[in-house]
Design a protein around this ligand. Structure first.
Ligand code: UT7
Length: 346
């Protein structure tokens, strides 16, 4: 190989192929066990009233390992349902991406286990760890890999089973989270109007100590309250995360709309991480988004981390509220700290 010519060096890279990306189907899965605020409050010095007033949550679903429920089974069920709704066979997938931080096993990835269980042949498979942003990060990654021509049909899952890393005597965490999975099937299409119109993906690791799971003792700050901060259990500085979430949520929506040259009124549906009803209300007030356009289901499921956005999307789609040609914005934020959005033309 010789040195490339000056003309070759200065030549523009080839334009991206004109490929659209369609969401062909969606699915979701939640554990069968319903756990009420009263049941949680009995474990951690709280109350149904306090939890509902401060979070909007009444119930959550929690996996019962004795019944064989786990992160892997929820992910598998969600993707199976998404494939069925898309009328796509498992072996037509050439990639499975799973956004999760609560895998049953650290190795191999949940995506590998799900692909094997569903019969996805030798499809590539990997997990993305971005906490509550896990699904939106994965969705953007899958979209861009399809648009670049690297993959054609991709299963994207978002799932967390935070119950597996929750100390139910720690009320900061115990009251908030539930378990759930959601999935979509994406496919390349000649209709170039379909796919992502604008996306934003951000992180700031300086804030990691606000929401994290210490792996071993050295991860715990000197002076931390050892009754609250335990290895293997999620720790959250709720107040700080709340402030981060409210400001980030609003700036993220604005950044995404600015990139797309659109306004709030152009968006048909906001599908947002169900972190806390007060955070969702703050964003809807700031932008004047009415209830018809910002979906909320936190009352039934709590905060399901990476599962919440695809679970909302699946409920909306199955309820006939997502239609071809509409603009739908997915928004998430969480541990890392991470924040991410994806504005789609359906
Ligand atoms: O999904 C990833 C991102 N996560 C989030 O977005 C979560 C963000 N944070 C939150 O949702 C909220 O911070 C929580 C729901 C976790 C807590 O609500 P808060 O309104 O921020 O409560 P706080 O920590 O400011 O505490 C207010 C009061 C305190 O009492 P005093 O000092 O006013 O007497 C707390 O001791 O409420 C008390 N408190 C509780 N009482 C009953 C705090 N937690 C509880 C509880 N039950 N679970």
């Amino acid at each position: 190989m010789g040195t490339p010519s000056a003309a070759a060096v200065s030549a523009k890279p080839p334009a991206l192929p004109k490929i659209g990306v369609a969401i062909l189907g969606s699915g979701s899965a939640v554990p069968t066990r319903v756990v009420s605020n009263d049941q949680i409050a009995a474990l951690c010095d709280s109350s149904d009233d306090w939890i509902f007033q401060r979070t909007g949550i009444r119930n959550r679903r929690i996996c019962d390992p004795a019944d064989g429920e786990s992160n892997r089974t929820l992910c598998t069920d969600a993707l199976r349902r998404a494939l069925e709704s898309a009328s796509v066979a498992p072996n037509e997938l050439d990639l499975v991406i799973c956004g999760t931080i609560t895998q049953d096993m650290r190795c191999p990835s949940t995506a590998c286990l799900v692909a094997s269980e569903l019969g996805c042949g030798t499809a590539a498979a990997w997990d993305i760890g971005a906490a509550c942003c896990g699904f939106v990060y994965s969705l953007n990654t899958a979209h861009d890999l399809i648009r670049s021509g690297s993959f054609k049909t991709v299963g994207v899952i978002g799932c967390d089973t935070v119950s597996a890393i929750t100390d139910y005597t720690n009320r900061n965490v115990a009251i908030l989270f539930g378990d759930a999975a959601g999935a979509v099937v994406l496919r390349a299409t000649d209709d170039v109007s379909k796919g992502v119109v604008a996306q934003c993906n951000h992180a700031n690791g300086n804030g990691w100590q606000e929401l994290y799971m210490p792996g071993w003792d050295e991860h715990i700050k000197d002076g931390a309250d050892r009754a609250l901060v335990r290895t293997g259990c999620l720790h959250m500085n709720g107040r700080e995360v709340f402030k981060f979430a409210v400001t980030t949520f609003c700036s993220l929506i604005k950044e995404t709309l600015d990139k797309a040259g659109l306004s709030v009124e152009d968006v048909d549906m906001f599908v947002c991480h169900q972190s806390n009803i007060r955070i969702l209300e703050a964003a809807s007030e700031r932008f004047g988004i009415d209830k018809e356009h910002l979906y909320v289901n936190i009352e039934k499921y709590g905060n399901t981390s990476a599962g919440s956005v695809p679970l909302c999307f699946d409920e909306l789609r199955r309820g006939g509220r997502i239609k071809e040609g509409q603009l739908v914005m997915f928004v998430a934020f969480g541990a890392g700290l991470t924040w991410s959005s994806s504005l789609w033309r359906m």
